[in-house]
Design a protein around this ligand. Structure first.
Ligand SMILES: Nc1ncnc2c1ncn2[C@@H]1O[C@H](COP(=O)(O)OP(=O)(O)OP(=O)(O)O)[C@@H](O)[C@H]1O
Length: 704
């Protein structure tokens, strides 16, 4: 921009030069002005030649400069003065470029020829003309001659001056064009210089930018270096710390080394001693090797002894079970439940219900509801006595007493754990390869399901889950003795002499499940789910599945669970790789249908209930018959027919009831006086079973 503006200014200057005369020329014109008087005098000279009279009459006017001269006269005078100035100019070739003014100044001085010419026009000469006309004329002539000469001279001078002026003008033009050229050159140089300056500025700006970038880079580098230095300082500090710690460690190590050296020395001494001892030991090594060989032989012998002992234990266990009786009966009386107390029992004498009866009142009511049951054998818990008092036909008070004895009697406060303690050995027998059958017998609501399945808590859990857990525990223990077991389970229901699969898909009373017994004593049922059992928890979940299926079925037909038998069967297969023995046991856990009599159940008017009750009675009496027949067979009547086929229940349990099995019946009793007759019936049935002796149990063990 600056360059462009400057160039424009330069071109404006050029325009001025075109329109205005050069300043040097103007200076020359102004310098010429002081010569005006001289020019006036020289101008008057031709005029004097043209009219002498005018000169004579007014001589003073010719010498006095006329300030009132016209412009043309002044211009003419100016033109005449130019040659005068030119005379003092240096020759063209020698003329300097610039200094025109000094050359002009000398030209303003009057020439040497002009001065004598002007001087004669004095007042004294004029006075002589007045004194003699001839002399005056001559003088005038002379003077005229002189003037003419002077004019000629002046004309010559003028000519010379003109020539010189033209020369000067030529010089001037030359100088002007030269100066223009010079100026143009200088301007070009100036432009070039400006361009250079511009490029230098740009270069400088670029260099400054580069320099600033470089400075920033350097600053960044400095910062990085400072950070690096800081980090290195930190590293150095750390290293110093490490070195310090290492020095400490080294000094400690040195101390430790000294200690170790001492220890090494001591150890070397010990090594020497040990070496000696070793030498002695190596001598006895042969003796030890012999002893080891003997010990190994002994271990093998002992392992065999352990196996023999296990076999012996099984035999002894079985003997104990047999001594206890292969068919045993437990009696369990359940506690009185809040649901046993009818609402009328809490009525006031007036008939209104007592809002909150006192514990004493409640206890009195319960005593009235309870049957009179006592447990006289406080030592072995084997006896139970029932009493009742009634009025005879003659109006006399009649007191009856029934005494029963079983393998174990459990009072109402007995826990599930206490009951199972007596049963657990049977689980052991099952793992040893015996068939075991546990029944829960009793009227509806006497606690059969509670005993067999129990509640959901650890304390209330029943015999089935506990027995399964026990079997798993025993099989795990026997693993150390070389036995490996596999287990499977099924859960069936017998309702109206029809078998249903409680682990099936719930198609109750539709599928026909046939029972089969093979010669090896194994029982199987067609088309039922047999689930491999891997853990006690799995068995619990299977039980709850079965329970839910029964509940669903109960919605179709009321109280179905009470009116059907349920049989959970756990089969166990064992194998001892060490001895090559195999065994197969079976644990049947049976929750029988309610045993109440037909007249008591009130089923007489209901066709379905009648059928149910008849089925139950049939199967229960068949069970009694089978047990009785087995008892007779045990008494020596070897050819006695056992009516297993009389009911689905006895046929299903045939192998678990026969002579080579162990059977336990848990008789459940209601504590209510109202149920006394049913309880007596149940007790009589259980006594019949209890008095039966099954044949010697036979273990189902096959030798390899
Ligand atoms: N020993 C006991 N302790 C506490 N409650 C018991 C005991 N025995 C039974 N019960 C309770 O008595 C009620 C009836 O028991 P349960 O259902 O076991 O009788 P059941 O003989 O199996 O009857 P059903 O033939 O109808 O199945 C249940 O509420 C049960 O919880």
């Amino acid at each position: 921009m600056i360059t462009t503006r400057k160039r424009k200014a330069a071109s404006d200057d050029d325009g001025d030069e075109e329109s205005n005369p050069p300043r040097k020329l103007a200076a020359i014109s102004e310098e010429a002005r002081p010569n005006k008087p001289l020019r006036a005098s020289t101008k008057n000279a031709p005029n004097a030649a043209a009219g002498r009279a005018g000169l004579a009459r007014k001589p003073s006017t010719s010498t006095i400069p006329r300030n009132t001269a016209t412009t043309s006269q002044t211009a003419a005078a100016a033109r005449r003065t130019v040659p005068t100035r030119a005379t003092s100019l240096p020759p063209k070739s020698a003329a300097p470029k610039e200094p025109v003014r000094p050359t002009v100044r000398p030209a303003t001085r009057p020439t040497a020829a002009a001065k004598p010419i002007v001087r004669p026009t004095t007042r004294a000469q004029t006075s002589r003309v007045v004194s003699g006309p001839a002399r005056a004329r001559a003088a005038e002539e002379e003077r005229f001659q002189a003037l003419q000469e002077q004019v000629t001279s002046i004309a010559a001078d003028m000519e010379a001056e003109r020539a010189k002026r033209e020369e000067l003008e030529a010089n001037h033009h030359a100088l002007l064009s030269e100066s223009k050229t010079q100026e143009l050159n200088q301007r070009r140089e100036l432009d070039t210089a400006l361009d250079e300056l511009e490029s230098l500025k740009r270069k400088h700006a670029n260099e400054q930018l580069d320099w600033e970038t470089e400075v920033k880079r350097k600053e960044r580098k400095i910062r990085e270096l400072e950070e690096d230095v800081r980090l290195r300082d930190e590293d150095l500090d750390r290293e110093r710390g490490t070195v310090k710690a290492l020095r400490t460690t080294v000094s400690q190590q040195a101390t430790a080394q000294l200690t170790l050296n001492a220890q090494v020395t001591a150890l070397q001494a010990q090594v020497t001693a040990v070496q000696i001892a070793l030498d002695n030991s190596s001598n006895s090594a042969a003796e030890l090797a012999l002893k080891l060989e003997a010990a190994e032989k002994r271990i093998v012998e002992q392992a065999q002894e352990i196996r023999d002992a296990e076999t012996h234990r099984r035999k002894l266990h079985n003997m104990v079970q047999e001594l206890k009786g292969n068919i045993r009966v437990f009696c369990r009386v359940r506690p009185l439940l809040p649901s046993d107390i009818p609402s009328y029992a809490m009525m006031r004498p007036g008939g209104s219900k007592s809002p909150s009866p006192s514990p004493e009142d409640e206890e009195l009511v319960k005593d009235k509801l309870r049957a009179e049951i006592t447990y006289p054998d406080k030592m072995d818990h084997k006896e139970i006595v029932l009493r009742s008092s009634s009025e005879s036909a003659t109006g006399q008070e009649r007191k009856d007493e029934w005494q029963f004895s079983f393998d174990r009697v459990f009072e109402p406060h007995s826990t599930q754990a206490e009951v199972f303690e007596e049963i657990s050995l049977l689980a052991q027998s099952c793992a040893d390869g015996y068939n075991v059958c546990i029944f829960a017998y009793g009227q509806t609501g006497s606690g059969k399901s509670f005993t067999m399945e129990g509640g959901s808590t650890e304390t209330t859990v029943g015999m089935i889950p506990r027995a399964v857990e026990q079997v798993f525990r025993v099989t795990e223990e026997l693993r150390s003795k070389g036995w490996v077991y596999r287990m499977e389970g099924q859960f069936l229901e017998i309702y109206n002499e029809t078998i249903n699969d409680l682990l099936g898909k719930g198609e109750f009373d539709k599928k026909k499940h046939e029972i089969h017994h093979d010669k090896s004593g194994r029982t199987s049922v067609d088309d039922v789910n047999v689930i491999p059992l891997t853990s006690p928890n799995q068995v619990r979940s299977l039980l709850s599945i079965a329970q839910s299926r029964r509940t669903v079925a109960s919605t179709l037909m009321n109280e179905r669970s009470s009116r059907s038998h349920s049989v959970f069967t756990l089969r166990i297969f064992g194998e001892n790789a060490a001895t090559g023995e195999t065994c197969e046991g079976c644990l049947n856990l049976v929750d029988l249908a309610g045993s109440e009599r037909l007249d008591k159940s009130g089923a007489g008017n209901d066709k379905d209930r009648l059928k149910e009750t008849q089925s139950i009675n049939k199967s229960l009496s068949a069970l009694g018959d089978v047990v009785a027949a087995l008892g007779e067979k045990g008494d020596g009547k070897g050819d006695k027919h056992i009516p297993y086929r009389n009911s689905k229940l006895t046929y299903l349990l045939q192998n678990s009831l026969s002579g080579n099995s162990k059977t336990l019946m848990v008789l459940n009793l209601s504590p209510l006086a109202n149920h006394l007759n049913e309880s007596l019936c149940s007790l009589r049935f259980a006594t019949k079973v209890n008095n039966t002796t099954l044949g010697t149990a036979r273990k189902q063990i096959k030798s390899a």
